[in-house]
Design a protein around this ligand. Structure first.
Ligand code: SAM
Length: 212
C-alpha cells in the first residue's frame, strides 16, 4: 500500500462504532444513514461474497446472516479483534485490497467506507484483480465517499473548514477520495459496467458488473 492506514485504525477501533452511530459531530454527515447504506450493499450482494475493510464487522454481520460471506479481509489487528468477537465463526484474513488470497472465484466483492485508502493507481490495479477473482456476471458493490467532480470535492473541504471540522478537512485532503468519472473509467477499463447511487452528501454506492 502506498499509504498504510493500519495504525490509524488500530487507534480508532475502540471508538469506531460510536463515530458511525453519530457521536462525532465532525463525521455525522459522512455516516448519515449508515445502517441503510450497509443494508443497501448487503441486499445487492449475491452468491459467494468477499468483504474488504471489514472494520468492526457491521456489514459482515448482515452478510453472515445469509450464510454467503466466504471471507472478510482487514489489515488492522484491533479492528479484526472487534469483528471476531461479534462473529466468532467468520474467517477474517489479515490482508488488504492488493494483498489477499482467495481459494475460488466469487460472485460479489463488497466494501463500505474503505476503497478511498488506495491511490487511483492502486484502485486500478485492485480492479483488475477483482475482475480475475469474479465469475462472469459477478459484482463489485462499494459504498464510499466520492464526488461528482473536483469542484464539488473542493467545496466540501471548504464547508468542513468553515464549520471548524479540522479532523474531517485534514482527512479529506490526505486520503484518496475519487471523483465518480475517474472511478467509472477505472471500472470500465477493467471490463465492468457501472451504476452509481447517492446515499448522503458524501457517500455513493458503485455497483460494477463484470461482463459475461
Ligand atoms: C472507515 S473503516 C470502515 C469499516 C467498515 N467497513 C464500516 O463500514 O464501518 C475503514 C476500514 O478499512 C480498512 N482499510 C484501510 N486500508 C485498507 C486497505 N488498503 N485494504 C482493505 N482495508 C483497508 C481499515 O483498517 C478500516 O477497518
Amino acid at each position: 500500500m502506498e499509504v498504510d492506514f493500519t495504525t490509524l485504525f488500530d487507534e480508532w477501533s475502540a471508538n469506531y462504532d460510536a463515530t458511525v452511530f453519530g457521536e462525532d459531530e465532525q463525521y455525522r454527515e459522512v455516516f448519515e444513514r449508515y445502517e441503510e447504506i450497509l443494508d443497501f450493499v448487503a441486499e445487492r450482494a449475491f452468491g459467494k461474497i468477499v468483504e474488504f475493510g471489514v472494520g468492526t464487522g457491521n456489514l459482515s454481520v448482515r452478510l453472515q446472516q445469509s450464510g454467503q460471506l466466504l471471507v472478510g479481509i482487514e489489515p488492522s489487528q484491533e479492528m479484526r479483534a472487534i469483528a471476531e468477537r461479534k462473529m466468532p465463526s467468520l474467517t477474517i484474513q489479515d490482508g488488504h485490497f492488493l494483498n489477499y488470497e482467495l481459494s475460488e472465484q466469487v460472485d460479489s466483492i463488497v466494501s463500505t467506507y474503505a476503497f478511498h485508502h488506495l491511490t487511483d493507481e492502486e484502485k486500478e490495479r485492485a480492479i483488475y484483480k477483482f475482475a480475475r477473482n469474479l465469475r462472469p456476471g459477478g459484482k463489485v458493490i462499494f459504498a464510499d465517499t466520492m464526488f461528482v467532480a473536483d469542484e464539488a470535492f473542493a467545496k466540501t473541504i471548504e464547508r468542513a473548514e468553515q464549520r471548524g471540522y479540522d479532523r474531517l478537512s485534514a482527512d479529506l485532503k490526505s486520503e484518496f477520495y475519487p471523483t465518480i468519472p475517474v472511478l467509472q473509467v477505472l471500472f470500465e477499463k477493467g471490463g465492468f459496467t457501472t451504476r452509481f447511487t447517492q446515499m448522503n452528501h458524501y457517500v455513493w454506492v458503485v455497483e460494477a458488473t463484470k461482463g459475461e
